[in-house]
Write a protein that binds this ligand. Structure first.
Ligand SMILES: *Cc1c(COP(=O)(O)O)cnc(C)c1O
Length: 395
């Protein structure tokens, strides 16, 4: 072997006796084959075989397998973001002339995908009341192909009656998909309730460190997964093994982080409920949160993500009050180590069930800081929200 070739070809080393607890990062676009016959038949290797980097490496397969075990799924596919999971799942399974029903509280990008893209492709799109199975039943048609759920819903936190929704969809011959990003498979396993397709933004709790984007689509049934997997190949969707390795690392501490986040939320929610600057707290574990009984029936835990509706007049002081925060950061997303607050406008993203009351919801995501520091921040925030206006005009 000449020097220039030596530079190019990396020698194989004996891996016998090497066993690490850390998953290896297998990077690949090209995958090489032992002989011409193996190359010619690479397409026959099936969903667990390797043929090209886009369709998976041992690192991405390890992550998919870990997620499938946790979700009780037949197969998990990885996509470049949480919204990518929603979009691919919906677009790969629905055709022109068919009808899709989407929960009125769904993630805003999912709503836009329905209104902009599905409609453009000739798919009939309709929203339904997330907390009324009767409303859903009245809207289902013979051509309904997919009923989309998100439980609890983005920002407004209504828990849906998934078994009732599954029963209605089954009778109509429709599939049920559910965005399970809030609960993760730790607190809710939608496949066990009959949901066909479950999506999760791994960006949030699974990755857990606010440094990457990834999504998972899990399937109760392998045959449904095969069609979506093929469509992903045609659309060129895959994930980086480096990112997959980061999610694998994140997941090792996920259950501990998730529990800490929920405990922080429990303490902060208790501090805020009843304060004069707070009209209502939206968090499924508290009794007057929408769908609390369904949460108790179906879920085994809660994410440390909740919404706060401010008392009338208090939202006028919000910008100044956010300036009082020392430990919380201001920003969207959730499930990372840092606690976050994001003011969200919810009224404009609804069409079936108008959101009653204040348009603004403060969304909290509790991270891993010392809860006493977060409590001090909340006290400062509440004090600033409750203070009389600086110009002396009472509100
Ligand atoms: C964050 C989020 C998404 C989108 O995830 P990205 O990885 O940011 O694209 C989808 N659904 C829900 C409920 C989310 O919270």
């Amino acid at each position: 072997m000449r020097d220039r070739t030596r530079c190019v070809v990396t020698p194989e080393v004996d891996e016998t006796g090497f066993k690490s607890l850390a998953p290896a990062v297998h990077r690949a676009s090209t995958i090489v084959f032992d002989d011409a016959a193996a190359y010619a038949t690479r397409g026959d290797r099936g969903p667990d075989g390797y043929s090209y980097g886009l369709y998976g490496t041992p690192t991405t397969r390890q992550l998919a397998s870990k997620l499938a075990g946790l979700a009780g799924a037949a197969r998990v596919l990885l996509v470049p973001s949480g919204q990518g999971a929603n979009a691919i799942a919906a677009l790969a399974l629905v055709s022109a002339g068919e009808h899709v029903l989407i929960a009125d509280n769904a993630y805003p990008a999912m709503r836009s995908l329905a209104v902009e893209d599905m409609a453009r492709l000739g798919i009939a799109v309709e929203f339904y009341d997330p907390v009324s199975p009767d409303d859903l039943a009245a809207r289902v048609r013979p051509e309904t192909r997919l009923v989309w759920c998100e439980s609890p819903g983005s920002s407004t936190m209504e828990v849906q009656d998934l078994p009732a929704i599954v029963a209605i969809a089954r009778e109509a011959g429709a599939l049920v998909g559910c965005d399970n990003t809030w609960a993760t498979s730790l607190a809710l396993k939608p496949h066990a309730l009959g949901v066909d397709i479950v999506t999760e933004a791994l960006t949030k709790y699974a990755a857990g460190h606010s440094d990457l984007l990834m999504g998972a689509i899990s399937f109760a049934d392998e045959s449904l997964a095969a069609g979506v997997r093929d469509a992903m190949g045609r659309m060129g969707m895959g994930v980086s093994p480096d990112d997959a390795a980061l999610v694998l690392r994140g997941m090792e501490t996920m259950a501990v982080r998730f529990a800490h986040s929920a405990e922080g939320a429990r303490r902060l929610v208790a501090r805020m409920a009843g304060h004069p600057a707070v009209a209502r707290v939206l968090w499924p574990p508290i009794e007057d949160s929408p769908g609390h009984d369904l949460w108790k029936r179906d879920f085994t835990g809660a994410a440390g993500v909740f919404g706060v509706i401010l008392a009338e007049g208090a939202s006028g002081r919000l910008d100044a009050a956010l300036g009082a925060l020392r430990t919380f950061a201001i920003g969207a997303s959730w499930g990372g180590t840092r606690s976050l607050i994001a003011p969200m406008s919810v009224g404009r993203t609804r069409s079936v069930r108008p959101w009653p009351g204040e348009d603004l919801i403060l969304r909290f995501s509790i991270g891993l800081e010392d809860i006493a520091d977060l409590e001090a921040d909340i006290d400062a925030l509440l004090a600033a929200l409750g203070a009389p206006a600086r110009d002396g005009v009472p509100r």
